[in-house]
Design a protein around this ligand. Sequence first.
Ligand SMILES: C[S@@+](CC[C@H](N)C(=O)[O-])C[C@H]1O[C@@H](n2cnc3c(N)ncnc32)[C@H](O)[C@@H]1O
Ligand code: FES
Length: 380
Amino acid sequence: MLPNIGDYLVTDMFNEFVLIVRGQDGVIRAFSNFCRHRGSSLLTGRGNISMIRCPVHSWCYSLDGKLTRVPRPEGICHFDFDQYGLKPVRIERWDGLAQDTGTHAPSLFRLLRALQTTELIAQQDDGRFVPGHLNANSRDAARAGVESYRAWVDLLYTLRTGKSAFERIYGKRFYEYIQEDTARIERWDQAMAAVARDWIPAVLEVYDFTHHRVVADIGGGQGLFLAELLKLYPTMHGILFDQPHVIKGVRAKFQQAGLANRCIVVGGSFFDRVPTGADIYMICNTLADWNDRLGLDLLKACRRSIEADGTLLVVDRLLPPDDHPEYAELTFFDLFFLVLEEGRIRTQDEYAQLFKRAQFRLSRVLSTSSQFTVIQGEPI
Ligand SMILES: C[S@@+](CC[C@H](N)C(=O)[O-])C[C@H]1O[C@@H](n2cnc3c(N)ncnc32)[C@H](O)[C@@H]1O
Ligand code: FES
């Protein structure tokens, strides 16, 4: 919306006519659509202008709302132009979001305003909408790029079909889309690293790895967890498994950290086969990405490779009972997984069911100080 300098739109917002215009500097601003002389309406509809001229007595304003010309001001003593600029309306930030998501800005504003009442988002004094206290997860999602938000636009498609809105919009699965472009990969890695900074210390705090020899991190991304683990347990070895394009730079990182002799890096798809030789298999911040069919494929691949006395640790968000303080936030984040990849945030019972179908028994659940839970399974 308003792609060019001078493009404007007049819209009725909260019973007030608001003029939204893109200025010479490319910034979109909003003003009350009334002249500061005698309050006449300035513009109607939409179009393109180089300045704003009041049709009644020709007071003129620049596109950033400053009063620039008053016919015959010499009759007025000490006329202060600065005092008579158009009255600004705070919209810049949600307008940017509207552009990013391809939505109608004034309507998006009304949605955001309504969502504010759920505490999902909050509006700051400067007019910016930011994730509310119920929505720490969305900050992480936002770091992954605006594409992940755009999937919400086709929520209705997901509701009708149960399928990924992201795939319908972009014509490919989320991870396929990411891997096409190095900037996307980097942004995604950074987003995952930001989330991992939260859960890694929390998991290391509650789970004692002393009795394990070799840890396989399946879908281990950039190896952040393994690096921390191997530093903490100096005799332990690790296997990092992820998609071939993801692991490219990881070997060098382990080398730099002096861990290369204790860690091997393997590429492949975890839906087909994962490496053998570990006595504990970890799936961290990954299972919720997938629907039950693919989640089951992933667990079954682990089951085929794990030793009979091996351990499975899923580290992920777990949907708590509905009286839990984080329930509301997680139910919304669950929808985010749904529109993105048909994934889901599972309850403990749902994990137990899925484990069972992959021939694991859910043996232990450990809460952590982060939003992630450790869900332990044993082969049956
Ligand atoms: C949400 S990220 C989590 C990464 C890491 N475990 C962490 O917590 O930082 C999910 C990971 O699964 C990997 N992944 C997705 N599809 C995969 C596949 N078919 N085979 C192997 N890894 C895959 C992605 O490349 C990504 O690194
Ligand atoms: S009302 Fe606009 S110039 Fe007089």
